[in-house]
Ligand binder design. Structure first.
Ligand code: SF4
Ligand code: SF4
Length: 454
């Protein structure tokens, strides 16, 4: 099988050895769950439950008051009683309204009780019913900003889609849950692909993965041989190169197409879904299960128990049993939610696991790049290594000069926040962090302009 890739990018130390090949271990239900009600990109939800109310695992606990297209509901991940509804720190370090559920005294927090939806046959139901099921299951992009899945699967009629891509690249260092999920649930991965091919009417799909996972190929090929596969599904191998898992990089590597500046995968005729999302889609139809558990990798040099785990959403880091996350405090320098390149450093263990938490990395000082920033030496390494072909140094200079418009002209909104420029910068300039803040400033400015124009 040939191996494809994209131009530029980095060859990073993958640091996956500690959890590679390990199974996903189930974390027992915690005694409390702190569940942010707004984990999606879109209009805010409202709680559907009150303090003192009993809830069952799987029950919907928050939704938009008039469900618009850009909203998805949130569900209870354990059974128990709603103790509080209050703002708490979320994994992106912002305060957000959370429903705090406590397992009943002396009771098993799962209680063996679950309130799932009735299974639905995706191949006989209407497209509208299928999209409604995906929304009702609370499904969103499990590795990124929380874009609602049902929106991604319903592009405007003028966007012709002819390829679905399953993103199994998992290019961030340390992370291995996608690999573990593909190993353990290849049937659900293929089923998830068949379901979205049915919904979108697309006949061709590619399962994309980096060549450090080629040992999975026989297993997935076997899955593609058994049963009657609905559509043309193949495997595409890509070079292990960061950020190969970025949607635009994967599209270029697997189809040779380029997503235009300011465009989306649908502008290149593609829909990209992470393999974890595809498995969750299959479970939403076959089991009626909403998104209430999350597979993630726990690793890093200050982690004594590196492993792949599945935890109820809302589990606080401090409530993970020691056998699932034992911290070596003598080495701990930083806790990262997500991978080390695109993740967020969090200040404490009081942070909940969320729908988009792909990993918890307990980093030592040696593993972090927390060195002091120096002045730009104009070496151009950030430009040479940007896979999106932007000029990070110019964007940074524009932001420092408070010239948001020029930063946008230089490509700010095309930045996929992969962190390659920061990683390569010899002056240790926190480029990607500045770009994240710059984008937030731009959104605030645009919202203010919109409000002023009303
Ligand atoms: S400018 Fe954005 S896309 Fe380019 S390397 Fe930096 S973070 Fe990645
Ligand atoms: S890599 Fe760093 S030092 Fe080199 S040009 Fe870019 S910002 Fe300046």
């Amino acid at each position: 099988m040939s191996v494809s890739t994209f131009r530029r990018g980095l060859k990073l130390p993958t640091r996956k050895h500690a959890t590679e090949g390990k199974p996903i271990e189930m974390v027992p239900p915690p005694k409390q769950a702190v569940i942010p009600i707004n984990q999606h990109f879109g209009a805010p939800n409202k709680p559907l439950v009150s303090v003192g109310e009993k809830v069952i695992r799987g029950q919907k606990i928050a939704d938009a008051s008039s469900p618009g297209p850009m909203t998805v509901p949130v569900h209870a991940s354990i059974s128990g009683v709603v103790k509080k509804i209050e703002p708490r720190t979320q994994s992106n370090n912002t305060e957000g309204l959370c429903v705090v559920i406590e397992a009943e005294e002396g009771g098993d927090s799962s209680g063996g009780r679950e309130e799932f939806m009735t299974p639905l046959d995706p191949f006989t139901c209407t497209k509208e019913d299928a999209l409604a099921r995906i929304r009702e299951a609370g499904l969103l992009g499990m590795g990124g900003a929380g874009f609602p899945t049902h929106i991604k699967l319903a592009p405007p009629p003028n966007k012709k889609i002819d390829v679905i891509i399953a993103d199994g690249a998992e290019c961030e260092p340390y992370l291995t849950t996608d690999e573990a999920a593909m190993t353990e649930k290849p049937h659900l991965l293929v089923k998830g692909l068949e379901i979205i091919m049915k919904i979108t009417g697309v006949n061709r799909a590619i399962i994309g993965m980096e060549d450090n996972k080629k040992n999975l190929i026989p297993m997935i090929e076997r899955e593609l041989r058994v049963g009657e596969i609905k559509g043309d599904i193949s495997i595409g191998l890509c070079r292990t190169r960061y950020p190969q898992g970025g949607e635009k990089m994967l599209i270029t590597a697997l189809t040779g197409r380029e997503v235009p500046s300011g465009g989306l995968p649908m502008d290149a005729g593609c829909i990209v879904q992470n393999v974890g999302s595809l498995i969750a889609i299959a479970e939403a139809f076959l089991l009626g299960k909403p998104l209430i558990d999350r597979d993630l990798t726990v690793s890093g040099g200050a982690c004594k128990t590196p492993k792949n785990i599945r935890a109820p959403i809302g589990t606080l880091l401090k409530d993970l049993p020691v056998e699932f996350m034992e911290i070596d405090y003598s080495k701990l320098a930083k806790i990262i939610f997500g991978g080390p390149m695109m993740g967020t450093a969090v200040p404490s263990l009081e942070i909940p696991i969320q729908k988009n938490t792909s990993g918890i990395i307990l980093m030592t000082k040696e593993e972090t790049t927390a060195e002091a920033e120096g002045p730009c030496i104009r070496c151009g390494r950030c430009i040479r290594n940007c896979a999106a072909r932007l000029s990070p140094v110019i964007m940074n200079n524009s932001l420092e000069a408070d010239d948001l418009d020029y930063a946008v002209k230089a490509g700010l909104m095309d930045c996929m926040e992969c962190g390659s420029c920061s990683y390569m910068c010899p002056a240790k300039i926190k480029l990607v962090q500045r770009f994240r803040v710059g984008k937030q400033r731009l959104r605030i400015k645009q919202a203010a302009q919109k409000a002023a124009a009303k």
